[in-house]
Every structure is written in C-alpha cells, then in structure tokens.
Design a binder for this molecule. Structure first.
Ligand SMILES: [Ca+2]
Ligand SMILES: [Ca+2]
Ligand SMILES: [Ca+2]
Length: 331
C-alpha cells in the first residue's frame, strides 16, 4: 500500500515450495561424460554410453531420465540419439543409443543434455552433459569429376601425356580420403594396353605410337581407389573403388598427325578471306540490283516529262511566244 490518497495497493501471489531436508536433488556419477568416441558406422540401436545418477532420497531410489531435445542437430534436435532406462542390481541406468545413422562427413560431434528427476514429494532434478565425438570410417568412394572425352595426336612418341583424371573422396580423414589411380585390368577395357596412368597424380600417358587410320578412338576405363580398407558392407577388407562410376569410362580420340593438323588449320585460314570476299561481292550485287530497280520504277515518269517537253517545243503557238520574248529582250 502506498501513502497517496486514496491509498493504492497491489497484491502479488508468491508460491513457496517447502522442501524437505531429506529430499535432495538426484546426484549424477559425473556431471560431464566424455569425450565418448563413436565410429560413424555404428548401427541404429547400438549403445554408445551408459550413465547413472542416484535419487538423492534415502529409501526411494526411483529416478526418471530423459534426453533434452536442443535447438541444433548437435544437441539432438533430430533425435539422432535416444535414451533407454534400464534397471540393474538396484540401480537405474540410462543407456544412450543410436536412433538415426551417423555421418562423420555431415556432423562430427554431439553435445547431449540428459536430465534426471527423483520421485520425492517434490520432484527434484539435475542435468548432466554427454559429449560424443564421431570417428571417421572409410565409407566414401572416390568419384571422378571430369569430362569423358580426350584427344591424343597420332604419331606422337610413347610417353606423351594425354590428360589428367581427378577423383574426390569425401571421407573426412587420411588415408580414408587418399586416392590412387589405375587402369582397369579387364579384357573388356579396350584401351588397357595402349595407355598408362600415374597412380598418384592421375596423369595418363601413351604406351604406343597411334595411327588413326588403324583405329580412330579407344574406350579407356580408369579406376580410383582409396587408401584404407573399406568400412562398407561386403567389402572384404579391400579399399573402396569408384570403378562403377560412369565417369571412369573415357573416350580417347586419336587426332591427325601434327603436320597434317598444322596444314589442316592453315587451309582453314586460307579459305576465310575468300569467303569474306564473296560476301562483299554479293552485297555489292544486291545494291546494284536495288539501284536498277529504282531507276526502272522512275522510268515512266522520265519518259512522260520528256514527251511533254518535246510537245511544248513542237507547238507553233509556243514558238511564236518564244520569238516575242526574244525580241523584247533584244529591245
Ligand atoms: Ca559417412
Ligand atoms: Ca574413402
Ligand atoms: Ca567417412
């Protein structure tokens, strides 16, 4: 109430929780768990960690756990992890399990908040943090990035560079993302005996001197494999290989012998001015035609003027008038 006149007053409701001294909040074994290292290829349903808290109430060990859903993927917004409560020998555990497939290439770590509440007259709770760090496994395949067609000229010496292929492996760590190149050693690989590749750089070189009259193009299959045993199913401990990728099939054209190519292009340059000249000629011809069309369209008019002029001169009346004017002028 204030001292004004009339006095004004306001009431506020205050709620007071009376906490029994015996009712303490639950106590975690640890307030922070981790870092807990988890391979990205763990299966859905796999347990990544078990944590527990005591109730804080004597003779009432009951506790309830839940994972707090945060506002980001790292804080479990999309329920990447779930919690399962488990009773074991008088203790209640919280098992944290994988709910959706993990991917190191997308998200590398998670910060989970777990809350526990006891079962006293007033339910009290406390929170702990679980810090999960993913580990990369070799689950990405190297994939080629560039175009499918290249050209090499005939007559070039053995060892001439043709092109350089490039493949990218999206794995997060070495050697899972290391790339080695090779020529596919299969009878259906037409170019396998004619080209070789640098395993490290992907540069392709010729192994023979080509003659385009013999064969004008070769289909060449190259492969890219990564630097560690695959973590993908049914890989038998082999590295991942991108040879099922469409870009591993390259068409290598055999271009004309350099001398021939040289004269080819010279010849093309020679014909260019000639074509320009013919264009100019046809332009002049067109103008000429327009002009003559113009003239012939005016021709009847010229003719009529001409005839009326001669008529004027041949009229005797007019001759007389002209003579008169002429005499006056002499006067
Ligand atoms: Ca992955
Ligand atoms: Ca890989
Ligand atoms: Ca990976």
């Amino acid at each position: 109430m204030d001292r004004g006149f009339p006095p004004l007053s306001r009431t506020v409701e205050v709620q007071i929780d009376v906490v029994d001294r015996a009712n303490n909040p639950p106590v975690w074994d640890q307030t922070v768990y981790g870092p807990i290292f988890v391979k990205e290829n763990r299966n859905v349903g796999d347990r990544v960690v078990s944590v527990k808290a005591s109730s804080g109430i004597e003779n009432n060990p009951t506790v309830f756990y839940r994972l707090i859903r945060g506002s980001t993927a790292q804080t479990n917004k999309y329920d990447t992890f779930y919690l399962q409560q488990r009773n074991d020998n008088g203790h209640t555990w919280a098992d944290i399990k994988v709910n959706h497939p993990l991917d190191y290439e997308s998200i590398k770590e998670y910060n989970l908040t777990i809350r526990v509440e006891n079962n006293g007259v007033q339910q009290l709770g406390s929170e702990a943090t679980i810090y999960i760090v993913l580990e990369d496994v070799n689950d990405e395949i190297p994939l080629f990035t560039e175009r499918e067609q290249e050209t090499v000229l005939e007559g070039e010496p053995i060892g001439t560079p043709v092109t350089r292929v490039n493949a990218i492996d999206k794995d997060g760590t070495f050697p899972n993302n290391q790339v080695f190149y090779g020529i596919v050693r299969s009878p259906r690989n037409e170019g396998r005996d004619y080209f070789e590749i640098n395993e490290q750089t992907g540069e392709i070189f010729t192994k023979v001197v080509f003659d385009r009259e013999k064969q004008g193009a070769y289909a060449l299959e190259v492969e890219a494999r990564d630097g560690a045993p695959s973590a993908r199913p049914n890989s038998n401990g082999q590295p991942n290989s991108g040879n099922h990728d469409i870009f591993n099939k390259k068409k290598i054209l055999i271009g004309p012998y350099p001398e021939v190519a040289h004269y080819d292009s010279k010849l093309r340059n020679l014909t260019k001015p000639a074509s320009l000249r013919s264009e100019r000629l046809s332009e002049e011809l067109r103008e000429q035609r327009l002009l003559s069309a113009d003239i012939s369209s005016r021709l009847p008019y010229f003719e009529s003027v001409n005839s009326s002029a001669s008529e004027l001169i041949s009229n005797p009346e007019n001759t007389r008038i002209a003579r008169k004017i002429d005499t006056r002028l002499k006067d």
